[in-house]
Design a binder for this molecule. Sequence first.
Ligand SMILES: Cc1cc2nc3c(=O)[nH]c(=O)nc-3n(C[C@H](O)[C@H](O)[C@H](O)COP(=O)(O)OP(=O)(O)OC[C@H]3O[C@@H](n4cnc5c(N)ncnc54)[C@H](O)[C@@H]3O)c2cc1C
Length: 458
Amino acid sequence: MTTLRLAIVGAGPAGIYAADILLKAQKGFDVQIDLFEQLPAPYGLVRYGVAPDHPRIKGIVNALRDVLDSGDIRVFGNVRYGVDISLDDLKKHYNAVIFSTGAIRDADLDVPGIELEGSYGAADFVSWFDGHPDVPRTWPLDASSVAVVGVGNVALDVSRILAKHADDLLPTEIPDNVYEVLKASPVTDVHVFGRRGPAQVKFTPLELRELGELRDVDMIVYDEDFDHDEAAKTAIATNKQVFVMDKVLNQWRQREVGQASRRLHLHFYAKPVEIVGDDEGRVSAFRYERTRPDGQGGVEGTGGMRDVPVQAVYRAVGYFGSPLDGIPFDERRGVIPNHEGQVMDDDNQIVPGVYATGWIKRGPVGLIGHTKSDAMETVSHVIRDQASWWQPSELDPDAVPALLTARGVEFTDLDGWHRLDEHEQALGAAHEHERVRVKVVPRDEMVRVSRADEARTA
Ligand SMILES: Cc1cc2nc3c(=O)[nH]c(=O)nc-3n(C[C@H](O)[C@H](O)[C@H](O)COP(=O)(O)OP(=O)(O)OC[C@H]3O[C@@H](n4cnc5c(N)ncnc54)[C@H](O)[C@@H]3O)c2cc1C
């Protein structure tokens, strides 16, 4: 029987679900899957994006681990496509490749002052508090008032982690150095700004409601933001999520405030205009233009400018994908151009053997579950495209690890991940707060534990 040798690049949920769906699909051929991941550990943003105080979502790694443990997938961790392995290498060893490389960097926010000291991207902050090995281990949390720009769940994650008392994060898998920095944070006020009205946010109800449950944090909403126009009223009446969030916000309007030591303010109808700096080039205020409903479900500027004194600004205006060597890239959207997962070149022609799935396919929106339906669509094309698969010249499965070894790549494998996983869980169990896990953060230590390479510590 024919065998499909498939490479998948990116071991986040999209890549792992694609492998799972392909293995379970009805097809007239055998499958061998190699999963390449630039980090020594799998699971992408489930490990390095989902907030540590969301253990239920973090628990999705258990389902993903079951897929990897099914026995039909090889994992090559600590291998970066474009550096350690190239498109030509993949063509030599595989029939096709699926790219599921997600998005890790912040989208730009084009306002004056964005480069000031104290202006940060949410993605960098998230990577820091989630223990990503490739970001610095320190974070300058020295602001008492902070602005967060954006009305999606990432903005809520960032605001919540900033406003929450560090001790309430102790039972989570938050790295110790992150706890120490959060514990010393002088923050008293976190201001979230959104250009549009409360009926137009992209939050989800559960995540919004959670803010109101933070210990010793007052939720501050402003009455001037609740003068709904017809479009907002229709949205509240017809959309269950918007209805629930409107209810939550209105409950907060009625709450007594003033006792808590920290406040989380939600400002709607606030369009970012400028990050104002002091003489030393540090953030000193967030300037916005008050907007108003335009009667069509959108907003228009009123010309009224307001300044809120802050010493730090976090932009949570979306993630953005990164280009991959030899693969078409849409610079505007930050995705690989594709038709239902089949990668398209600049002339809108399908590139044989090359596929995309997950955030790098459709952009950085949607929950983990959405990457499953994504993967189904992509995998259905891989199966149907059998006639245009690549014809590799090197069929020996040992050739790939041999190639990586010859290049000096210290790749990790599935057994290595199990070792690291068990090591982290053991650290968690031994921790004074009995955590589910304590993440190993430095990349070389992750590799050392995975490869059981005691000699390198000596
Ligand atoms: C801050 C944040 C919080 C979130 N919280 C939730 C939540 O609570 N619930 C929820 O359902 N969804 C949440 N999401 C959304 C969820 O994380 C995404 O839907 C999902 O992770 C997208 O999956 P993916 O596999 O496409 O990308 P990713 O998860 O980003 O995985 C991509 C993988 O590819 C690897 N990679 C990239 N480039 C290369 C390369 N050149 N070579 C090799 N490997 C490479 C990366 O290291 C990564 O492991 C959150 C997202 C963010 C950003």
